[in-house]
Design a protein around this ligand. Structure first.
Ligand SMILES: NC(=O)c1ccc[n+]([C@@H]2O[C@H](COP(=O)([O-])OP(=O)(O)OC[C@H]3O[C@@H](n4cnc5c(N)ncnc54)[C@H](O)[C@@H]3O)[C@@H](O)[C@H]2O)c1
Length: 250
């Protein structure tokens, strides 16, 4: 059990990548708080997670400071510490740059980037008191290279990478490691419309040297590595998990 005795907080932990991470962490012995906006989905996720370990749920929206505070407080109220934060909650709704609205720009910035800052700061304050902790910010390959129709999303993920390095720099002396995960194309509801479109998915798969889309479990494995002491000398790193997509020029 690589996370025995640890307490983890996973935002957006009721679906997709976040749920796979919460599930892996519970199976590795962590006690896990998952957050979500939808009570029914949260309840369903908790039923699954509690079959393999100990999990609690917190309803909240990561873009609001009061909600982020409640996420941290309810985790601390239950277990008294936070050893691992996975700032995973995020949105992505594509729009061509020339048609991108201010509202969509602001919504992506608020949820993806500000949301990562808010909960990251709260968790880091607790970890500083403990003298240890690991923060994993969910970025994307879109934080390292640009994809068309995703200027707003790309900008939030690029921002998360620099936020990760900035946090890592200031928090290292306090015993806190901060890394980012940069998944490639992962099969979740975020990518379902492309996966379900046979005309689109064939050509897309040819951009991935490993020839398949990733699974949420592929990302959970990397999150476990960053959460555990196996990565004890790593901080400020953006870990790419993309089947080789970023190394391919054409
Ligand atoms: N699927 C991919 O190909 C892919 C690739 C790179 C990065 N990512 C990133 O992985 C993360 C998880 O995405 P996913 O693919 O599992 O999709 P998903 O839609 O299943 O997961 C996103 C989660 O975030 C939650 N969420 C969204 N807005 C929120 C808010 N305001 N407050 C609280 N929770 C909120 C959603 O309810 C959901 O549970 C995201 O940050 C996404 O950008 C996904």
């Amino acid at each position: 059990m690589r996370l025995a005795g640890k307490v983890a907080l996973v935002t957006g932990g009721t679906t997709g990548i976040g749920e796979a991470i919460a599930d892996r962490f519970v199976r590795e012995g962590a006690r896990v708080a998952v957050t979500g906006r939808d009570r029914t989905r949260l309840h369903q996720a908790l039923q699954r997670l509690n079959e393999n370990g100990e999990a609690i749920g917190v309803v909240g929206d990561v873009q609001y400071a009061a909600d982020a505070r409640r996420m941290a407080e309810e985790t601390l109220g239950r277990w008294g510490r936070i050893d691992v934060l996975v700032s995973n909650a995020g949105i992505c709704s594509p729009a061509p740059f020339l048609e991108l609205t201010e509202e969509e720009w602001d919504r992506h910035m608020a949820i993806n980037l500000k949301g990562t800052f808010l909960i990251g700061q709260l968790a880091a304050r607790e970890m500083a008191k403990q003298g240890s902790g690991s923060i994993i910010n969910m970025s994307s390959v879109n934080g390292l290279a640009a994809e068309a129709d995703q200027a707003h999303y790309n900008a939030t993920k690029g921002g998360i990478n620099l936020l990760t390095m900035s946090m890592a720099l200031e928090l290292a002396p306090l015993g806190i490691r901060v890394n980012a995960l940069c998944p490639g194309f992962i099969e979740t509801r975020l990518t379902k419309s492309l996966i379900d479109n046979p005309a689109a998915i064939g050509p897309y798969l040819r951009t991935i040297p490993m020839g398949r889309v990733g699974t949420p479990e592929d990302i959970a494995s990397a999150a476990l590595f960053l959460a555990s002491d196996d990565s004890v000398y790593m901080t400020g790193h953006c870990l790419v998990v993309d089947g080789g997509q970023l190394i391919k020029l054409s």
